[in-house]
Design a protein around this ligand. Structure first.
Ligand SMILES: NC(=O)c1ccc[n+]([C@@H]2O[C@H](COP(=O)([O-])OP(=O)(O)OC[C@H]3O[C@@H](n4cnc5c(N)ncnc54)[C@H](O)[C@@H]3O)[C@@H](O)[C@H]2O)c1
Length: 329
């Protein structure tokens, strides 16, 4: 089976590629990544020499380059590309508030171009890796289900919702085989240090202030990246065409609680916590109902939260040579 993976040098995409290359049925993985500030080929050092792996540095929104990449992949697979898995995205909410246009370019236009190329070259399935943020923000109770109306609140989530709608429209209009996943907040190794968990770990290690937005009582639902990647494989190979699957591990935490857990693990004082002005339009609470994927596909998360967080903190402790150069970006 031959796969085209986009954004495979980012956090989740690189974990996914390493995971699927353990499977003997995977005969080729083509990784298309522009290598923005968030893309890092070193994330894939351990598999670079695998003969099944090919890297192409390219912009998914470059229609001419995508035409060439897909037509060559079509030839190589003798017309039988198994799937496109679209991770490529601008993914950081704070950056989307400062400069939304990059998000429209990659997340919306890029997805549209990939969908068209996948249709033209008869790719069997298109998996759009989306986010629970497309649903907006919850009050103190309830969870997002797959039928919750889309109500994105940030330029990032609006661009991801736009992409989801294009994917759904392509299924409806052209009968394209698509699946969409919407996952909660991921953590684990190789996450770029601008995101909450690595930012807090690295700040604590350097005895620098830990910047917590507003009152820190925003709630996020956390999942280990390996559990997300396994869920993606299940949806890719066994999900029903045209369907949306929520992915989450039922680990709701206030941001401040998570930061305190990190400080406690590292034996650092809570006096390092510094409340900073809240993010504009900050969503208050996310929580995912993942009963559909659990019941239909039998997936369930394996990582227990305390163990997953401890292992992740330990990974950052042992991989300063990976993250130190990224702090300059
Ligand atoms: N991180 C999370 O918690 C989370 C949760 C749910 C869904 N998601 C979604 O999962 C996907 C991956 O997230 P991530 O955290 O790994 O992101 P990331 O920012 O770590 O990686 C994104 C990757 O996409 C590449 N990229 C960006 N623009 C590109 C373009 N125009 N063409 C080709 N490549 C491009 C980057 O170089 C990078 O390697 C995203 O679509 C995101 O919306 C993320």
């Amino acid at each position: 089976m031959q796969f085209i993976i986009t954004g495979g040098c980012g956090f989740i995409g690189s974990n996914f590629i390493k995971q699927i290359l353990h499977r003997s049925e995977v005969t080729e993985v083509i990784n298309i990544d522009l290598l923005t500030y968030a893309g890092n080929r070193a994330n894939l050092d351990s598999i670079e020499s695998d003969p099944r792996y090919r890297f192409i540095q390219a912009d998914i929104a470059d229609i001419l380059v995508m035409e060439t990449v897909f037509s060559q992949a079509f030839e190589r697979s003798r017309g039988s590309i198994e799937a496109v898995v679209n991770f490529a995205a601008e993914s950081h909410v704070d950056r989307s508030i400062k400069s939304p246009h990059d998000f429209i370019h990659t997340n919306v236009l890029g997805t549209s171009i990939l969908l068209a190329a996948a249709r033209k070259y008869k790719v069997k399935r298109f998996l759009q890796v989306s986010t629970d943020e497309v649903y907006g923000s919850l009050g103190p109770s309830g969870k997002f289900s797959e039928t919750t109306p889309l109500h994105p609140n940030s330029p990032y989530s609006a661009s991801k919702a736009g992409a989801d709608l294009l994917v759904g429209a392509s299924h409806h209009t052209y009968g394209q085989d698509v699946v969409i996943t919407r996952c909660s907040n991921n953590y684990g190794p190789y996450q770029f240090p601008e995101k909450l968990i690595p930012l807090m770990i690295i700040s604590a290690l350097n005895d620098q202030p830990l910047p917590v937005y507003g009152d820190g009582l925003q709630v996020r639902d956390w999942i280990h990246v390996e559990d997300h990647c396994e869920a993606l494989w299940q949806v890719l190979t066994r999900g029903k065409r045209g369907e949306v699957y929520n992915i989450g591990a039922n680990v709701e935490l206030k941001n401040i609680t998570l930061v305190e857990e990190i400080l406690s693990y590292l034996k650092k004082p809570t006096s390092l916590i510094t409340n900073v002005a809240d993010r504009l339009g900050h969503d208050r609470r996310y929580a995912i109902d993942s009963s559909k994927i659990q019941q239909e596909l039998g997936w369930k998360p394996r990582w227990e939260h305390q163990q997953g967080l401890a292992t992740t903190i330990q990974w950052y402790l042992e991989h300063a040579s990976w993250w130190e150069p990224l702090l300059q970006q």
